[in-house]
Design a protein around this ligand. Structure first.
Ligand code: FRU
Length: 343
């Protein structure tokens, strides 16, 4: 099989984004009407799949959903974007439907009520010990997103706690001959580390043209994800993580974190309107940003950047080219809602 017939596989989150477009980001504890509301398939790895596919890269998604109307919407949307979702694990449906209210639990201005917490509290109301309850099923994660028309900002509140992530066992069943690139959104890192080890082992047993490149995204500020820094050929580190390490620019971040990645690997950091920087074997790369005339929707801009970089690199392009293309496509994306206009 030729590399171009193989796919890019993205492993990570898929969720439902309920997107409320508002004129201005609302004041806490206010009651506003939104300009429009839509359902959109979300999740970093899932969004990156959409963008890769729109750019013309054959792509597959691997992640978890729970059977029900939300997952039907998600699977249909994968089909619409020509993303292969045959590696998605469907978990048994959680008996209870979901109910979410955006709120602030610190000052009680709103409450978040989820049916699972309802069940637990009901057990305690009846003095039944529920500590050994195990959530073998879950609900497909749902995010309530507020996109402001005044500046394109996106505010996300995600419910993503009870569905099992892709396990090592699931991953062991993947036929690596079908892929030439696997992108991991950092989540269950200690298990993802073992998945990557399987890829490394595979790579050592096949001729060079059949090897699988690995990229990882370290987006969330979570210590346990940092083991992934030295596990990939390409590492995307977010502005949030960089800041948490004490860096105030993308360039400082890639320079300061470069000792954490393997020799020969690229470390990439995007910094919104300041563009993106990368480092590989001590050589620095930079691309400025390409902002649209008007910022409309920045939800998924980072996922768009990652996908566009992977699109170029997986076709043999160089890092500078990939960085500039990533900034260009991500910038353009911020000028419209969703992803369709990328194509
Ligand atoms: C965008 C996104 C959304 C999702 C949230 C999860 O990057 O993937 O689609 O709701 O982030 O953190």
């Amino acid at each position: 099989m030729q590399p171009q017939q193989k796919s890019v596989l993205c492993v990570g989150l898929v969720c439902l984004d309920i997107i409320n477009v508002v004129d201005q980001y609302p004041t806490e504890d206010s009651d506003t009407r939104c300009v429009s509301q839509r359902w959109q398939r979300g999740g970093n790895a899932s969004n990156s799949c959409s963008v890769l596919s729109l750019l013309g890269t054959k792509t597959s998604f691997m992640g978890s959903i729970s059977r029900g109307p939300v997952s039907e919407f998600i699977l249909e949307d994968f089909r619409k974007f020509h993303v292969d979702a045959s590696l998605v694990t469907e978990h048994a449906q959680c008996a209870a439907p979901v109910s979410i209210v955006i709120g602030n639990r610190n000052n009680g201005s709103r409450t978040i009520l989820h049916m699972n917490s309802f069940i637990v509290s009901d057990f305690s109301r009846l003095s039944i010990d529920s500590s050994l309850l195990s959530w073998v099923s879950g609900t497909t994660p749902v995010a309530c997103c507020v996109v402001s028309r005044s500046n394109g900002s996106r505010t996300v509140v995600l419910y993503d706690t009870n569905l099992p992530d892709v396990s090592l066992e699931d991953f062991s069943k993947v036929d690596l001959r079908n892929f030439h690139w696997i992108h991991f959104e950092g989540r269950n890192a200690s298990e993802q580390l073992q998945m990557i080890q399987q890829v490394v082992q595979w790579n050592s047993s096949v001729p060079p043209d059949q090897r699988v490149s690995v990229s990882v995204e370290i987006e969330k500020v979570r210590e346990e994800l940092y083991v992934l820094f030295n596990m990939a050929d390409v590492v995307f580190v977010s502005k949030d993580v960089a800041r948490n390490f004490g860096f105030e620019s993308a360039k400082d971040a890639v320079m300061g974190l470069s000792s954490r990645v393997r020799p020969g690997s690229a470390l990439i950091c995007a910094w919104a309107e300041l563009g993106a920087d990368a480092i590989k074997d001590g050589v620095l790369f930079h691309s400025s940003a390409f902002p649209p005339m008007k910022l409309v929707d920045t939800l998924g801009a980072g996922d768009t950047f990652n996908a566009s970089v992977i699109h170029v690199l997986s076709q043999g392009g160089d890092l500078q080219e990939a960085l500039s293309f990533g900034c260009r496509v991500a910038g353009a994306k911020c000028g419209f809602h969703g992803y369709d206009e990328i194509a």
